[in-house]
Design a protein. Structure first.
Length: 259
């Protein structure tokens, strides 16, 4: 017999068990776009305890929409070993070293691989602040996204982390929080978020790896947020840089927290 109360208890108990277990993690990632999910995948595959917080109902950031709602994306040669070889997304050659992938398949497969590696994704949760201890980001401050959207005065809860990743895309939300709360302390020319420039795929893809780095002690930036923080162009519906940036961020975090 299907009892609605038993169903409700099953959902509540199982969710709370995971949520409480993940109040102390190795890495907390804000944003479940392709860069954040790839970063999470490589960290979890290396045995780290990883939580991803996505403010929206769906994961994927801009990837599912492809280009102007044509659900296809472009990647380049450099990202093939990850997206096709490691993740297992089907791609087809187009020309000049560019490849086409189904954007929905791509994000669904990346998400599945991350979850199977051990990543826990919490959707409809927003990072509204960070914990800073001894001049180092040491955790995130969470609230339900609906609280912010409704402008309700509801206090948040906290998650401790050895490293935090801003993978919030164009908005660079976590880095802006640090700048707003602590002043010009980021590892940029001005100490603040420089803001993304107009679209220029070749330049944007060329600099995203350099922009993927630890932007403040304990705080890393990857994906489009990297170019947003460091004042570089946006790229549009080419996603190779996002994939490579996520892997690089994971590599840097693994090197640093292992110390």
């Amino acid at each position: 017999m299907l009892d609605e109360v038993v169903i409700s208890r099953a959902i509540t108990e199982s969710f709370m068990k995971v949520f409480m277990d993940y109040m102390d993690v190795d890495v907390a990632i804000a944003g479940a776009g392709p860069a954040g999910l790839v970063c999470a995948y490589y960290l979890a595959r290396a045995g780290k305890k990883v939580a991803v917080y996505e403010r929206h109902l769906k994961v994927g950031g801009g990837m599912p929409g492809g280009g102007m709602m044509f659900n296809r994306i472009v990647i380049q040669d450099e990202a093939r070993p990850i997206l096709q070889g490691e993740i297992g997304v089907d791609i087809e050659s187009y020309k000049d070293g560019m490849y086409i992938a189904d954007s929905v398949e791509a994000i669904a497969t990346i998400t599945s691989k991350a979850i199977k590696a051990g990543v826990k994704i919490f959707n409809l949760m927003s990072v509204e602040d960070v914990m800073i201890r001894e001049n180092k980001v040491s955790g995130v401050v969470l609230n339900w996204s609906s609280v912010g959207w409704s402008k309700l005065h509801v206090d948040p809860l906290c998650v401790r982390a050895k490293a935090v990743v801003d993978a919030t895309g164009h908005d660079t939300e976590v880095c802006k929080i640090v700048e707003r709360k602590s002043g010009p302390v980021l590892n940029t020319k001005t100490g603040g978020v420089l803001g993304e420039k107009s679209m220029w795929a070749e330049v944007g893809e060329g600099v995203i790896m350099d922009n993927t780095k630890e932007v403040y002690p304990g705080l890393y930036v990857c994906g489009m947020a990297s170019n947003g923080v460091y004042g570089s162009p946006r790229m549009g519906a080419i996603f190779g840089g996002m994939i490579l940036s996520g892997k690089k961020a994971a590599t840097l975090i693994l090197q640093n927290i292992s110390r």
